[in-house]
Design a binder for this molecule. Structure first.
Ligand SMILES: *Cc1c(COP(=O)(O)O)cnc(C)c1O
Length: 362
């Protein structure tokens, strides 16, 4: 239902039909609903971050490095190390979470936005909020992208931005590099940029789309430290792109958008990346055993390359199952796909609590 705004407040027309992003934040023992890393930072990493921040505290009277040069160079090294690429600071932009990255992209570039749904709900919300038309192209029944209909939609609709999330949230599967390249080429035919949202890339064994940027300069890869890096509370997202795209970010960013404390914390975290990413393999293994447990209970699970699982096969309405789980102290996510629910992979004990609860309620 549309909100009735007071007449004395001339809200932007773009916003009238929107509802705010709002994953429930309910205080229950097992919170498996927003795809965070369930493991807190290791003590030695906490110490390193505190030390890094403490060197900045005396200088908080001054604005931070507007261009976050040191942090961007560390992010470039991280990507190069993982993907065998040779990006430099000029290929990287960083912001307060990848949602800010996505918003900056939506603000900087012309045209409608097109995405393959179901996918990340913030893509249409951000695009509509800045006045773009959102074109939704349905995924196939197995939630993969149909390349032919993707290419056809891009050439008919001629959007300015094309979004692909891989691994896809909330469904979990990856889009192959070959498909991404085909979609990027179709986008280039109509001068569209292609945003590849890789928020969950570290949980996947697939090669990153950053490896395509040299061939396809219209690809922007969006990444975040919120998920695999266990850094959701710190708010650090970034993009890897052609330097011309990064130049456009300099126009749209607010001056000094990334606080000195955030830059220092993220730099320290990246310097300890093995410790930070240490739990990723453990989470991926838990995802696979959780998948098997759910299958044993008779549920159908969509194969996932991320730290969450979409599943179905309930004897009741999904919303009813969701509510019963909350009553048993387990919060998962109703992502709005009929008959499906999404679970974020938790710690071993959280996963056990989930399995116990779900076998009671459904
Ligand atoms: C979680 C998520 C993000 C953004 O998270 P930030 O915390 O803003 O970095 C972006 N894209 C997808 C697909 C996500 O699931």
């Amino acid at each position: 239902m549309e909100t009735q705004w007071p007449e004395w407040m001339r809200i932007n027309e773009n916003l009238r039909a929107l509802t705010p992003y709002g994953a429930p934040q309910i205080d229950v023992p097992n919170r498996l609903n927003t795809n965070e890393n369930p493991y807190s930072l290791r003590p030695e990493l906490q110490k390193a971050i505190l030390e890094s921040i403490s060197t900045k505290v005396a200088h908080l009277n001054r604005y931070p490095d507007r261009d976050a040069i040191e942090l961007r160079s560390k992010l470039a090294s991280f990507i190069n190390m993982k993907s065998g690429t040779s990006f430099a600071t000029e290929n990287i932009w960083a912001a307060n979470g990848s949602n800010e990255i996505l918003q900056s992209i939506a603000l900087a570039f012309q045209g409608d936005a097109l995405g393959f749904e179901p996918s990340y709900s913030m893509h249409p919300l951000i695009c509509r909020a800045v006045g773009k038309k959102w074109i939704s192209v349905p995924r196939k029944a197995d939630f993969s992208i149909d390349v032919d209909s993707a290419i056809a939609a891009i050439s008919t609709e001629r959007p300015g931005l094309v979004f692909v999330t891989t691994p896809n949230n909330p469904t979990g599967g990856s889009t192959s590099l070959a498909t991404i390249e085909k979609i990027a080429n179709a986008a280039r035919q109509v001068n569209a940029l292609m945003v590849v949202d890789e928020a969950y890339a570290e949980f996947s064994t697939a090669l990153s789309a950053v490896t395509l940027i040299q061939k396809a300069p219209n690809i922007i890869v969006s990444r975040t430290m919120s998920k695999a890096f266990a850094f959701a509370g710190a708010r650090l997202g970034y993009m890897i792109a052609n330097p011309a795209v990064v130049d456009a970010m300099l126009l749209i960013r607010l001056p000094y958008h990334l606080s000195d404390l955030t830059q220092a914390a993220a730099s320290a975290a990246l310097a300890h990346q093995e410790s930070l990413l240490a739990d990723v393999a453990k989470i991926s293994a838990s995802r696979d055993s959780l998948t098997m447990e759910l299958q044993k209970l008779g549920f159908a699970v969509i194969p996932s390359d991320a730290n969450f699982i979409l599943f179905t096969g309930f004897k009741k309405e999904a919303s009813e199952v969701w509510r019963s789980l909350v009553e048993l102290g387990v919060l998962i996510r109703d992502v709005g796909i009929p008959n499906y629910l999404r679970i974020t992979v938790g710690t071993e004990s959280e996963n056990r609590a989930l399995i116990e609860a779900i076998s009671k309620v459904s």
